[in-house]
Design a protein around this ligand. Structure first.
Ligand SMILES: NC(=O)c1ccc[n+]([C@@H]2O[C@H](COP(=O)([O-])OP(=O)(O)OC[C@H]3O[C@@H](n4cnc5c(N)ncnc54)[C@H](OP(=O)(O)O)[C@@H]3O)[C@@H](O)[C@H]2O)c1
Length: 297
């Protein structure tokens, strides 16, 4: 089926980091919806939005993302991360519209010791990761024309994220303690949005079976939360920001409600092979993000 060239890409996730970045990068080709208009807790809102938008592609960037809160609110997490996406996939299937669904590195337990590939066994350590894994399985079971993109450590110049927290707390304190034994691949929402739009342009040319399934889509390179904090302050120092001492601590020194996986580095070669898409190295993307923060963006 050839897509209607005037139809939009429907992006869920409202004012979330990834949805906002898609809205900014996609311009008129993208129609972003969020709560209260589009709410997984009100299934009828999905039908109304889908009918009104009549998209050629759906990108689901809406999710329950509060990792610790999910431990006490599993029902809401599963509604937003499994049941809602499943219902959205059904609407896509009925209309023959492909779906790009965003998932997470937290589907893994972090014990592998080298970067994860898509075929590695999953074993989430908390409710958030378990609900996201259930969501992946649901959308893939419902609709064959679904691309799942697992990303990690997402941040942006605005919104609630680690980099922004570091900048805020670093401006107030001389000394910070940051976990140095969790490794991963930082990803800017802007880089992920650009990757999604590049994938969308391939989908637009026609669906291929190789597009179906799970793909890892994270920033290139790797670091720890401590490494990301230090690099954040280095980049911010270019704008005269004060640089606190960043003390390296262990996960055991910083207990959280939800257990975090120790090492969720993602091998993103499949994304490069199938779609020709590789996200930029995290250091350059961090510098660009800090530039935007200090430019008032
Ligand atoms: N952030 C990360 O570090 C990270 C890492 C790996 C993967 N991911 C995945 O990347 C995707 C995008 O994440 P993000 O960082 O952009 O998240 P975000 O900034 O927290 O945005 C999530 C959006 O989802 C919306 N939402 C929450 N519950 C909903 C519901 N029941 N119905 C409809 N919308 C709902 C939120 O709406 P409100 O604004 O109204 O609350 C928010 O706009 C998600 O699939 C997430 O799991 C994120």
């Amino acid at each position: 089926m050839s897509p209607d060239m005037t139809a939009p890409i429907l992006v869920t996730g409202g004012t979330g980091q990834v949805a906002s970045a898609l809205g900014a990068a996609g311009g008129d080709s993208v129609h972003v919806v969020g709560r209260p208009t589009f709410d997984f807790d009100r299934p009828e809102s999905l039908v109304a939005v889908f009918r009104q938008a009549a998209p050629w592609l759906v990108v689901n960037a809406a999710a329950y993302t509060a990792v610790d809160a999910a431990e006490d609110d599993a029902e809401a997490a599963y509604r937003a991360n499994r049941d809602g996406p499943g219902a959205l996939a059904q609407l896509c299937a009925a209309a023959g519209v492909p779906l790009i669904h965003i998932s997470t590195d937290y589907v893994f337990d972090g014990a592998k010791g080298v970067p994860y590939v898509e075929t590695d066994a999953t074993a989430p350590t908390g409710v958030y990761g378990a609900s996201k894994l259930a969501g992946e399985q649901e959308v893939l079971a419902v609709w064959a024309h679904t691309t799942v993109l697992r990303t990690s450590w997402v941040y942006a110049p605005t919104g609630k994220n680690f980099v922004r927290t570091m900048l805020r707390v670093g401006a107030e304190r001389d000394r910070l303690r940051v976990v140095a034994d969790q490794r991963g691949c930082p990803t800017t929402a802007a880089d992920l949005a650009a990757a999604i739009l590049a994938i969308a342009s391939l989908l637009r040319a026609g669906w291929r079976d190789s597009y179906a399934g799970v793909f890892h889509a994270a920033g290139s390179g790797e670091t720890t939360w401590h490494g990301l904090a230090v690099a954040t302050f280095e980049a911010a120092a270019r704008f005269g920001a004060r640089v606190p001492v960043v003390e390296a601590i262990t996960t055991a020194d910083y207990p959280t409600k939800a257990k975090r996986p120790a090492d969720t580095r993602l091998d993103c070669s499949k994304l490069a092979t199938v779609f020709g898409v590789r996200l930029p190295d995290w250091r350059g993307s961090l510098a660009r993000t800090i530039d935007t923060v200090f430019a008032g963006g």
